[in-house]
Design a protein. Structure first.
Length: 342
C-alpha cells in the first residue's frame, strides 16, 4: 500500500494537474487504475501501453501531441530512461512490478521497501481516488491481478449481487458476476484501437456495474454486446484447450496469435480449471516457440533447470513465467521440463 504521505502527495498532484496524461498497462489492473484516477477530476487523457509493457521513446509522440503538465504512469513495469529524459514535465510512476532505477521519475512502488509484497496498482489508485462509488472498479482491478484486497468485507456488503460470500480467487474469477466483470474489462481492451478507446471512454462514465451486467442503460448495453462479440472468439479457443484428464503434469496448448491475443486469459482460466497442472500456451513465431506458463504452485525452479544448455531463455514470477525456445530445441526442452515438474 502507499503510505499516508504518498497518498496525500499524489492526491495533491492530481488535483493541481490541468492536463494530466495517463499511461497505463494493457490489462484490467492497468485499465482500472486509469479509470479510478481519471474519474476523480475527468481531466486529461489516457493512453494504453500495449504488449511491450515498456514506456519507450516512440511514446514521446503522444506527449508532444497532448502537451500534458503532468504524467502518471500506471502498472507499467518499465520506463526507458530515454523516455524519461525526453519529457519536460513531472512523471509520477505508480507500479508494483520489480523496481528498476529510472532517473527524473517520481516512483511509488511498495516493492522498493519490501521485495516480497504484492499490491496491484488498482489497490493503490483506489487509495488515491478514495471514491466509495468506484469500489467495484477497484475490486475488478484487484481480482484481475489475482489479489484479495483488504476492502473485501466492504465489497461483499455493498455489492452482494456481484459476490455473495468469501471465496477463493479461482472461484471468484470464474463463477461469480464480479469475475465476469474482470473478463469484460480484459476483453474490452482487445481489437481495433479506435473501438478499444471508445469502450474506455464509455467506462469512464458508467456509474454502476449493473449498467453493464444487467444492460440497464444504453452505455452498459453497448459494452456488454461488445464483450459478447469478443467472447465469441475466445470460447472456441478455451473449448479446444480444455482436455480430457491425463496423467501428464503439463497441459500444452498451441495457438496462433493474431490481433486478438488471448494468451493471458487462456493461461489464467486453464490454471484455475486444472490446479495440479502446469499450463503452457505456445505460439510459434519466426522459428521460435514463445510461451506463457502458469500454475497454482511454483514452477520457476523447474523452468530454470530445464533451460540449462537449451537455446532459449525464460523467467518471471514463481507461478507465472514466460519463455522463448528455438524451434530445434523445443522437443528436448519440453521433455526436460516435464521431467522436472513430474
Ligand atoms: Mn498489475
Amino acid at each position: 500500500m502507499l503510505t499516508t504521505k504518498e497518498v496525500a502527495l499524489l492526491q495533491k498532484e492530481l488535483e493541481t494537474a490541468q492536463r494530466p496524461l495517463f499511461f497505463y498497462d494493457d490489462d484490467p489492473d492497468g485499465l482500472t487504475s486509469f479509470l479510478l484516477l481519471y474519474r476523480v477530476y475527468r481531466e486529461g487523457r489516457g493512453v494504453i501501453v500495449k504488449s511491450s509493457s515498456k514506456l519507450e521513446k516512440p511514446m514521446l509522440g503522444k506527449v508532444d501531441e497532448q502537451k500534458p503538465d503532468k504524467i502518471f504512469v500506471l502498472d507499467v513495469p518499465v520506463i526507458e530512461q530515454e523516455f524519461a529524459d525526453g519529457v519536460h514535465v513531472p512523471i509520477f510512476w505508480i507500479d508494483h512490478h520489480q523496481p528498476i532505477v529510472v532517473k527524473n521519475v517520481h516512483s511509488f512502488n511498495p516493492r522498493r521497501k519490501d521485495p516480497e509484497i504484492y499490491i496491484p496498482t488498482s489497490r493503490m489508485a483506489y487509495q488515491i481516488s478514495n471514491h466509495p462509488e468506484d469500489l467495484w472498479i477497484a475490486a475488478v482491478g484487484c481480482f484481475g491481478d489475482y489479489y484479495l484486497p483488504n476492502f473485501l468485507p466492504e465489497f461483499l456488503q455493498r455489492y452482494p449481487q456481484l459476490l455473495s460470500k468469501e471465496m477463493s480467487l479461482p472461484e471468484i474469477l470464474y463463477q461469480t458476476p464480479v469475475g465476469k466483470l474482470v473478463r469484460i474489462f480484459s476483453f474490452l481492451l482487445k481489437g481495433k484501437t479506435t473501438e478499444v478507446y471508445k469502450c474506455i471512454k464509455i467506462l469512464t462514465r458508467i456509474a454502476s456495474p449493473d449498467e453493464i451486467l444487467q444492460q440497464s442503460t444504453p452505455a452498459g448495453k453497448y459494452l456488454f454486446q461488445r464483450f459478447e462479440q469478443i467472447n465469441q472468439r475466445y470460447e472456441p479457443l478455451i473449448e479446444r484447450a480444455r482436455q480430457p484428464a491425463t496423467k501428464s503434469k503439463v497441459l500444452l496448448f498451441h495457438y496462433q496469435e493474431d490481433e486478438w491475443s488471448f494468451t493471458a486469459d487462456l493461461a489464467n482460466e486453464l490454471a484455475a480449471t486444472y490446479p495440479k497442472k502446469v499450463i503452457i500456451i505456445a505460439r510459434e513465431k519466426g522459428g521460435e516457440m514463445k510461451c506463457s506458463l502458469r500454475a497454482q504452485f511454483p514452477i520457476l525452479p523447474a523452468l530454470e533447470k530445464a533451460l540449462v544448455g537449451i537455446d532459449g531463455f525464460g523467467g518471471g514470477h514463481p507461478n507465472a513465467c514466460g519463455m522463448v525456445i528455438k524451434k530445434p530445441d523445443w522437443e528436448r526442452f519440453l521433455q526436460r521440463f516435464k521431467d522436472e515438474v513430474a
